[in-house]
Design a protein around this ligand. Structure first.
Ligand SMILES: *Cc1c(COP(=O)(O)O)cnc(C)c1O
Length: 391
Protein backbone atom coordinates (compact mmCIF):
# COMPACT_ATOMS: atom_id res chain seq x y z
CA UNK A 1 0.00 0.00 0.00
CA UNK A 2 1.23 3.44 -0.75
CA UNK A 3 0.82 5.72 2.21
CA UNK A 4 -0.44 8.68 0.22
CA UNK A 5 -1.53 11.35 2.65
CA UNK A 6 -3.56 14.46 2.04
CA UNK A 7 -2.59 16.89 4.77
CA UNK A 8 -3.15 15.23 8.12
CA UNK A 9 -5.69 12.75 6.73
CA UNK A 10 -4.51 9.21 7.41
CA UNK A 11 -4.55 6.96 4.34
CA UNK A 12 -7.45 4.57 3.94
CA UNK A 13 -6.74 0.97 4.99
CA UNK A 14 -9.02 -1.45 3.13
CA UNK A 15 -10.08 -4.80 4.62
CA UNK A 16 -8.44 -6.64 1.73
CA UNK A 17 -6.53 -5.90 -1.44
CA UNK A 18 -4.46 -7.60 -4.11
CA UNK A 19 -0.68 -7.63 -4.07
CA UNK A 20 0.59 -7.15 -7.65
CA UNK A 21 4.34 -6.88 -8.14
CA UNK A 22 6.52 -6.01 -11.14
CA UNK A 23 7.04 -9.61 -12.23
CA UNK A 24 3.25 -10.18 -12.16
CA UNK A 25 2.85 -7.21 -14.50
CA UNK A 26 5.62 -8.49 -16.75
CA UNK A 27 3.95 -11.91 -16.98
CA UNK A 28 0.79 -10.28 -18.34
CA UNK A 29 2.72 -8.04 -20.74
CA UNK A 30 4.56 -11.10 -22.09
CA UNK A 31 1.23 -12.74 -22.90
CA UNK A 32 0.04 -9.61 -24.70
CA UNK A 33 3.11 -9.87 -26.94
CA UNK A 34 2.64 -13.59 -27.56
CA UNK A 35 0.52 -15.53 -30.07
CA UNK A 36 -2.19 -16.55 -27.63
CA UNK A 37 -4.29 -14.21 -25.52
CA UNK A 38 -6.82 -16.90 -24.69
CA UNK A 39 -6.79 -20.71 -24.59
CA UNK A 40 -3.06 -21.13 -24.80
CA UNK A 41 -0.16 -22.53 -22.80
CA UNK A 42 -0.62 -20.29 -19.72
CA UNK A 43 -3.98 -21.91 -18.92
CA UNK A 44 -2.44 -25.38 -19.06
CA UNK A 45 0.50 -24.34 -16.88
CA UNK A 46 -1.79 -22.61 -14.38
CA UNK A 47 -4.03 -25.68 -14.16
CA UNK A 48 -1.09 -28.03 -13.68
CA UNK A 49 0.35 -25.77 -10.96
CA UNK A 50 -2.98 -25.50 -9.15
CA UNK A 51 -3.33 -29.27 -9.15
CA UNK A 52 0.20 -29.64 -7.84
CA UNK A 53 -0.24 -27.01 -5.14
CA UNK A 54 -3.54 -28.34 -3.80
CA UNK A 55 -2.82 -32.02 -4.35
CA UNK A 56 -5.97 -32.54 -6.44
CA UNK A 57 -5.50 -34.63 -9.58
CA UNK A 58 -7.27 -32.21 -11.96
CA UNK A 59 -7.76 -28.46 -12.06
CA UNK A 60 -10.00 -26.66 -14.56
CA UNK A 61 -9.50 -22.88 -14.74
CA UNK A 62 -12.65 -20.83 -15.38
CA UNK A 63 -13.77 -17.21 -15.47
CA UNK A 64 -14.78 -16.89 -11.79
CA UNK A 65 -15.35 -18.76 -8.56
CA UNK A 66 -19.06 -18.46 -9.26
CA UNK A 67 -18.62 -20.15 -12.65
CA UNK A 68 -16.62 -22.88 -10.87
CA UNK A 69 -19.52 -23.46 -8.45
CA UNK A 70 -22.06 -23.52 -11.30
CA UNK A 71 -20.01 -25.97 -13.36
CA UNK A 72 -19.36 -28.22 -10.34
CA UNK A 73 -23.11 -28.55 -9.74
CA UNK A 74 -23.90 -28.99 -13.43
CA UNK A 75 -21.03 -31.43 -13.90
CA UNK A 76 -22.34 -33.60 -11.07
CA UNK A 77 -25.74 -33.67 -12.77
CA UNK A 78 -27.53 -31.57 -10.16
CA UNK A 79 -30.77 -30.26 -11.65
CA UNK A 80 -34.39 -29.29 -10.97
CA UNK A 81 -35.83 -31.56 -8.29
CA UNK A 82 -32.47 -31.86 -6.55
CA UNK A 83 -31.39 -29.93 -3.50
CA UNK A 84 -28.16 -28.37 -2.27
CA UNK A 85 -27.23 -27.72 1.35
CA UNK A 86 -25.46 -24.38 1.84
CA UNK A 87 -24.14 -22.81 5.06
CA UNK A 88 -26.07 -19.61 5.79
CA UNK A 89 -22.86 -17.65 6.36
CA UNK A 90 -21.18 -17.48 2.96
CA UNK A 91 -21.09 -15.34 -0.14
CA UNK A 92 -24.42 -15.64 -2.00
CA UNK A 93 -22.69 -17.26 -5.00
CA UNK A 94 -22.46 -20.58 -3.11
CA UNK A 95 -26.26 -20.79 -3.10
CA UNK A 96 -26.77 -19.15 -6.49
CA UNK A 97 -24.90 -21.99 -8.21
CA UNK A 98 -27.76 -24.30 -7.27
CA UNK A 99 -30.39 -21.92 -8.61
CA UNK A 100 -28.54 -21.74 -11.97
CA UNK A 101 -29.15 -25.47 -12.43
CA UNK A 102 -32.72 -25.26 -11.12
CA UNK A 103 -32.06 -27.02 -7.80
CA UNK A 104 -33.53 -25.98 -4.46
CA UNK A 105 -31.39 -24.54 -1.68
CA UNK A 106 -31.61 -25.62 1.96
CA UNK A 107 -29.64 -23.47 4.38
CA UNK A 108 -27.42 -24.97 7.06
CA UNK A 109 -26.85 -23.28 10.41
CA UNK A 110 -23.32 -22.45 11.56
CA UNK A 111 -21.42 -22.31 14.83
CA UNK A 112 -22.09 -18.90 16.38
CA UNK A 113 -18.39 -18.45 17.26
CA UNK A 114 -16.54 -19.75 14.19
CA UNK A 115 -19.09 -19.20 11.41
CA UNK A 116 -18.45 -22.77 10.19
CA UNK A 117 -21.10 -25.44 9.59
CA UNK A 118 -20.48 -28.83 11.25
CA UNK A 119 -21.43 -32.34 10.13
CA UNK A 120 -24.28 -32.28 12.70
CA UNK A 121 -25.58 -29.03 11.25
CA UNK A 122 -25.53 -30.48 7.72
CA UNK A 123 -27.38 -33.55 8.99
CA UNK A 124 -29.97 -31.37 10.77
CA UNK A 125 -30.60 -29.46 7.53
CA UNK A 126 -30.88 -32.73 5.56
CA UNK A 127 -33.34 -34.11 8.12
CA UNK A 128 -35.39 -30.90 7.91
CA UNK A 129 -36.09 -31.28 4.18
CA UNK A 130 -39.82 -31.54 3.46
CA UNK A 131 -39.37 -34.25 0.85
CA UNK A 132 -36.50 -36.41 -0.21
CA UNK A 133 -34.97 -35.21 -3.43
CA UNK A 134 -33.47 -37.29 -6.18
CA UNK A 135 -29.93 -36.05 -5.59
CA UNK A 136 -28.29 -33.96 -2.90
CA UNK A 137 -25.11 -31.93 -2.88
CA UNK A 138 -23.54 -30.47 0.24
CA UNK A 139 -21.39 -27.34 -0.08
CA UNK A 140 -19.20 -26.90 3.02
CA UNK A 141 -17.52 -23.47 3.05
CA UNK A 142 -14.03 -22.78 4.46
CA UNK A 143 -15.25 -19.54 5.97
CA UNK A 144 -12.48 -16.98 6.58
CA UNK A 145 -9.77 -19.49 5.54
CA UNK A 146 -10.41 -22.34 7.95
CA UNK A 147 -11.70 -25.59 6.44
CA UNK A 148 -14.68 -27.04 8.31
CA UNK A 149 -14.59 -30.64 9.62
CA UNK A 150 -14.50 -32.09 6.11
CA UNK A 151 -13.76 -35.72 7.10
CA UNK A 152 -16.91 -35.90 9.23
CA UNK A 153 -19.01 -33.89 6.78
CA UNK A 154 -17.90 -36.19 3.95
CA UNK A 155 -18.68 -39.31 6.00
CA UNK A 156 -22.18 -37.99 6.81
CA UNK A 157 -22.76 -37.02 3.17
CA UNK A 158 -21.67 -40.46 1.98
CA UNK A 159 -24.15 -42.08 4.37
CA UNK A 160 -26.92 -39.96 2.82
CA UNK A 161 -25.72 -40.53 -0.74
CA UNK A 162 -24.96 -36.82 -1.18
CA UNK A 163 -22.20 -35.25 -3.26
CA UNK A 164 -19.78 -32.83 -1.59
CA UNK A 165 -18.49 -29.66 -3.28
CA UNK A 166 -16.05 -27.72 -1.11
CA UNK A 167 -16.25 -23.96 -1.41
CA UNK A 168 -12.55 -23.29 -0.81
CA UNK A 169 -12.65 -19.70 -2.12
CA UNK A 170 -11.15 -18.56 1.22
CA UNK A 171 -8.75 -21.37 1.95
CA UNK A 172 -6.12 -22.23 -0.65
CA UNK A 173 -3.00 -23.08 1.38
CA UNK A 174 -4.91 -24.14 4.50
CA UNK A 175 -4.66 -27.65 5.92
CA UNK A 176 -6.98 -29.68 8.12
CA UNK A 177 -6.63 -32.89 10.14
CA UNK A 178 -7.97 -36.01 8.42
CA UNK A 179 -9.02 -37.53 11.74
CA UNK A 180 -6.44 -40.33 11.45
CA UNK A 181 -3.29 -38.46 12.36
CA UNK A 182 -2.47 -36.87 9.00
CA UNK A 183 -3.25 -33.52 7.48
CA UNK A 184 -4.93 -32.77 4.17
CA UNK A 185 -4.65 -29.70 2.00
CA UNK A 186 -7.68 -27.55 1.32
CA UNK A 187 -8.79 -28.20 -2.24
CA UNK A 188 -7.14 -31.62 -2.39
CA UNK A 189 -10.63 -33.16 -2.66
CA UNK A 190 -9.60 -35.81 -0.12
CA UNK A 191 -13.12 -35.41 1.30
CA UNK A 192 -15.14 -34.00 -1.58
CA UNK A 193 -16.14 -34.68 -5.18
CA UNK A 194 -14.91 -31.25 -6.19
CA UNK A 195 -13.59 -28.02 -4.69
CA UNK A 196 -13.72 -24.48 -6.03
CA UNK A 197 -11.29 -21.57 -5.83
CA UNK A 198 -11.71 -17.86 -6.62
CA UNK A 199 -9.06 -15.48 -7.95
CA UNK A 200 -10.98 -12.27 -7.26
CA UNK A 201 -8.60 -9.52 -6.05
CA UNK A 202 -9.66 -9.79 -2.39
CA UNK A 203 -8.79 -13.51 -2.30
CA UNK A 204 -5.32 -15.04 -1.87
CA UNK A 205 -4.42 -15.05 -5.57
CA UNK A 206 -5.49 -12.33 -7.95
CA UNK A 207 -6.12 -13.10 -11.61
CA UNK A 208 -8.24 -9.98 -12.17
CA UNK A 209 -11.21 -12.31 -12.06
CA UNK A 210 -11.05 -16.06 -12.22
CA UNK A 211 -11.75 -19.35 -10.55
CA UNK A 212 -11.02 -23.06 -10.74
CA UNK A 213 -12.65 -26.40 -10.13
CA UNK A 214 -10.45 -29.05 -8.51
CA UNK A 215 -11.34 -32.75 -8.53
CA UNK A 216 -9.81 -36.22 -8.41
CA UNK A 217 -12.50 -37.58 -10.75
CA UNK A 218 -11.33 -37.74 -14.35
CA UNK A 219 -14.84 -38.07 -15.79
CA UNK A 220 -16.04 -35.03 -13.84
CA UNK A 221 -12.96 -33.00 -14.86
CA UNK A 222 -13.60 -33.83 -18.54
CA UNK A 223 -17.24 -32.88 -18.31
CA UNK A 224 -16.49 -29.57 -16.56
CA UNK A 225 -13.85 -28.79 -19.19
CA UNK A 226 -16.51 -29.36 -21.89
CA UNK A 227 -19.16 -27.36 -20.02
CA UNK A 228 -16.76 -24.43 -19.66
CA UNK A 229 -16.69 -24.16 -23.45
CA UNK A 230 -20.33 -24.42 -24.62
CA UNK A 231 -20.61 -28.19 -24.10
CA UNK A 232 -18.65 -28.76 -27.28
CA UNK A 233 -16.51 -31.79 -28.22
CA UNK A 234 -13.95 -31.27 -30.93
CA UNK A 235 -14.02 -33.60 -33.93
CA UNK A 236 -11.91 -34.10 -37.05
CA UNK A 237 -10.88 -31.13 -39.16
CA UNK A 238 -13.37 -28.28 -38.78
CA UNK A 239 -15.93 -30.40 -37.05
CA UNK A 240 -17.16 -29.90 -33.55
CA UNK A 241 -20.24 -31.23 -31.87
CA UNK A 242 -22.19 -29.55 -29.12
CA UNK A 243 -23.26 -32.55 -27.08
CA UNK A 244 -24.89 -30.67 -24.19
CA UNK A 245 -25.71 -27.14 -23.16
CA UNK A 246 -22.60 -25.57 -21.67
CA UNK A 247 -21.49 -22.01 -20.98
CA UNK A 248 -18.71 -19.73 -22.02
CA UNK A 249 -16.75 -19.61 -18.78
CA UNK A 250 -13.20 -19.67 -20.15
CA UNK A 251 -10.30 -17.84 -18.56
CA UNK A 252 -7.99 -15.72 -20.72
CA UNK A 253 -4.23 -16.23 -21.03
CA UNK A 254 -3.77 -12.83 -19.38
CA UNK A 255 -5.61 -14.01 -16.30
CA UNK A 256 -3.84 -17.37 -16.24
CA UNK A 257 -0.40 -15.72 -16.52
CA UNK A 258 -1.25 -13.40 -13.63
CA UNK A 259 -2.67 -16.25 -11.55
CA UNK A 260 0.37 -18.42 -12.25
CA UNK A 261 2.78 -15.65 -11.28
CA UNK A 262 0.78 -15.07 -8.08
CA UNK A 263 0.70 -18.77 -7.26
CA UNK A 264 4.50 -18.69 -7.08
CA UNK A 265 4.17 -16.19 -4.22
CA UNK A 266 1.34 -17.85 -2.37
CA UNK A 267 3.49 -19.32 0.38
CA UNK A 268 5.05 -15.92 1.05
CA UNK A 269 1.58 -14.31 1.09
CA UNK A 270 0.30 -16.98 3.48
CA UNK A 271 3.26 -16.53 5.79
CA UNK A 272 2.56 -12.81 5.99
CA UNK A 273 -1.16 -13.42 6.61
CA UNK A 274 -0.28 -15.80 9.45
CA UNK A 275 2.12 -13.28 10.98
CA UNK A 276 -0.61 -10.61 10.84
CA UNK A 277 -3.09 -13.03 12.46
CA UNK A 278 -0.60 -13.77 15.24
CA UNK A 279 -0.05 -10.06 15.88
CA UNK A 280 -3.80 -9.46 16.08
CA UNK A 281 -4.19 -12.45 18.40
CA UNK A 282 -1.40 -11.30 20.72
CA UNK A 283 -2.89 -7.80 20.91
CA UNK A 284 -6.48 -8.92 21.44
CA UNK A 285 -5.52 -11.12 24.37
CA UNK A 286 -4.48 -8.02 26.31
CA UNK A 287 -6.59 -5.40 28.04
CA UNK A 288 -8.81 -3.63 27.16
CA UNK A 289 -9.74 -6.12 24.43
CA UNK A 290 -9.96 -9.31 26.49
CA UNK A 291 -13.60 -9.98 27.29
CA UNK A 292 -14.84 -7.19 25.00
CA UNK A 293 -14.08 -8.75 21.63
CA UNK A 294 -13.58 -12.40 20.78
CA UNK A 295 -11.70 -13.91 17.85
CA UNK A 296 -13.78 -16.04 15.51
CA UNK A 297 -11.06 -18.68 15.30
CA UNK A 298 -7.47 -19.26 16.35
CA UNK A 299 -5.78 -22.16 14.49
CA UNK A 300 -2.72 -21.17 12.54
CA UNK A 301 -3.28 -23.75 9.81
CA UNK A 302 -5.99 -21.42 8.52
CA UNK A 303 -5.22 -19.59 5.27
CA UNK A 304 -6.48 -16.41 6.98
CA UNK A 305 -8.48 -14.91 4.13
CA UNK A 306 -10.28 -12.86 6.81
CA UNK A 307 -9.50 -11.92 10.38
CA UNK A 308 -12.91 -11.86 12.03
CA UNK A 309 -13.69 -10.60 15.52
CA UNK A 310 -16.98 -10.73 17.39
CA UNK A 311 -18.45 -8.02 19.56
CA UNK A 312 -20.74 -8.49 22.56
CA UNK A 313 -23.83 -7.54 20.56
CA UNK A 314 -25.19 -6.06 17.34
CA UNK A 315 -25.29 -2.48 18.66
CA UNK A 316 -21.62 -2.53 19.63
CA UNK A 317 -20.68 -4.11 16.28
CA UNK A 318 -22.53 -1.45 14.32
CA UNK A 319 -20.98 1.35 16.37
CA UNK A 320 -17.53 -0.18 15.81
CA UNK A 321 -18.14 -0.43 12.04
CA UNK A 322 -18.90 3.31 11.85
CA UNK A 323 -16.05 4.21 14.19
CA UNK A 324 -13.49 2.36 12.04
CA UNK A 325 -14.90 3.90 8.88
CA UNK A 326 -14.65 7.39 10.39
CA UNK A 327 -11.01 6.60 11.10
CA UNK A 328 -10.35 5.55 7.49
CA UNK A 329 -10.28 1.83 8.20
CA UNK A 330 -12.33 -0.31 5.84
CA UNK A 331 -13.69 -3.02 8.08
CA UNK A 332 -16.39 -5.28 6.59
CA UNK A 333 -19.13 -7.69 7.62
CA UNK A 334 -18.94 -11.26 6.27
CA UNK A 335 -21.73 -12.21 5.75
CA UNK A 336 -25.39 -11.28 5.88
CA UNK A 337 -27.14 -14.69 6.19
CA UNK A 338 -27.83 -15.68 2.58
CA UNK A 339 -31.46 -16.67 3.29
CA UNK A 340 -32.21 -13.10 4.41
CA UNK A 341 -31.54 -11.65 0.94
CA UNK A 342 -34.80 -10.64 -0.80
CA UNK A 343 -34.28 -13.16 -3.57
CA UNK A 344 -34.05 -16.09 -1.15
CA UNK A 345 -36.82 -14.78 1.10
CA UNK A 346 -39.11 -14.62 -1.92
CA UNK A 347 -38.41 -18.01 -3.34
CA UNK A 348 -37.72 -20.18 -0.27
CA UNK A 349 -41.19 -21.31 0.67
CA UNK A 350 -41.58 -20.68 4.38
CA UNK A 351 -39.66 -18.65 6.88
CA UNK A 352 -36.04 -19.60 7.52
CA UNK A 353 -34.38 -18.67 10.79
CA UNK A 354 -31.09 -20.16 11.91
CA UNK A 355 -29.97 -18.99 15.36
CA UNK A 356 -26.24 -19.70 15.00
CA UNK A 357 -25.99 -17.80 11.70
CA UNK A 358 -27.98 -14.86 13.04
CA UNK A 359 -25.92 -14.62 16.22
CA UNK A 360 -22.70 -14.84 14.21
CA UNK A 361 -23.84 -12.20 11.72
CA UNK A 362 -24.98 -9.82 14.46
CA UNK A 363 -21.59 -9.70 16.16
CA UNK A 364 -18.93 -10.24 13.46
CA UNK A 365 -16.54 -7.73 11.92
CA UNK A 366 -13.62 -8.40 9.57
CA UNK A 367 -10.46 -6.41 10.31
CA UNK A 368 -7.97 -5.52 7.55
CA UNK A 369 -5.98 -8.58 6.43
CA UNK A 370 -3.77 -8.76 3.33
CA UNK A 371 -0.07 -9.43 2.68
CA UNK A 372 0.92 -5.78 2.21
CA UNK A 373 -0.72 -4.60 5.41
CA UNK A 374 2.23 -3.09 7.26
CA UNK A 375 2.88 -3.43 10.98
CA UNK A 376 2.27 0.32 11.26
CA UNK A 377 -1.13 0.00 9.51
CA UNK A 378 -2.00 -2.91 11.74
CA UNK A 379 -1.01 -0.95 14.84
CA UNK A 380 -3.38 1.78 13.68
CA UNK A 381 -6.21 -0.79 13.38
CA UNK A 382 -5.48 -2.11 16.87
CA UNK A 383 -5.23 1.33 18.48
CA UNK A 384 -8.46 2.41 16.76
CA UNK A 385 -10.23 -0.61 18.22
CA UNK A 386 -8.74 0.25 21.61
CA UNK A 387 -9.94 3.83 21.47
CA UNK A 388 -13.38 2.59 20.36
CA UNK A 389 -13.64 0.32 23.40
CA UNK A 390 -12.47 3.11 25.72
CA UNK A 391 -14.63 5.86 24.21
C1 LIG B 1 -15.49 -14.94 -3.59
C2 LIG B 1 -16.33 -16.10 -3.25
C3 LIG B 1 -17.02 -16.86 -4.22
C4 LIG B 1 -17.14 -16.46 -5.66
O1 LIG B 1 -16.00 -16.11 -6.29
P1 LIG B 1 -15.99 -15.12 -7.55
O2 LIG B 1 -14.66 -15.39 -8.15
O3 LIG B 1 -16.14 -13.73 -7.01
O4 LIG B 1 -17.11 -15.49 -8.45
C5 LIG B 1 -17.68 -17.99 -3.79
N1 LIG B 1 -17.73 -18.35 -2.51
C6 LIG B 1 -17.12 -17.63 -1.55
C7 LIG B 1 -17.20 -18.10 -0.14
C8 LIG B 1 -16.42 -16.47 -1.88
O5 LIG B 1 -15.85 -15.73 -0.92
Amino acid sequence: MTASRRGDEPSFIPYARQCIEDDDIQAVVDVLKSDFVTQGPQIERFEASLAEYTGARYAVAVSSGTAALHLSCQGLGIQAGDVGLVPAITFAATANALRYVGAEVAFVDVDDRSGLASAEQFLAAADGLAEQSEKQVWLPVSYSGLPPDLPRIAAAARERGAFVVEDAAHSIGATYPDGAGSTCRSGSCSHSDAAILSFHPVKHLCAGEGGAVLTNDQTLARRIRRLRSHGVERGRNWLYDQVELGSHYRMTELQAALGLSQLGKLDRFLERRRAIAQRYQAALERQPFAGRVAMAHRPLESAWHLFVIRFANAIEREAAYHYFREHQIGVQVHYFPVYQHSYYRNFAGGHVSLPGAEAFYAACLSLPMYPQLTDADQDRVISTLKSFLQR
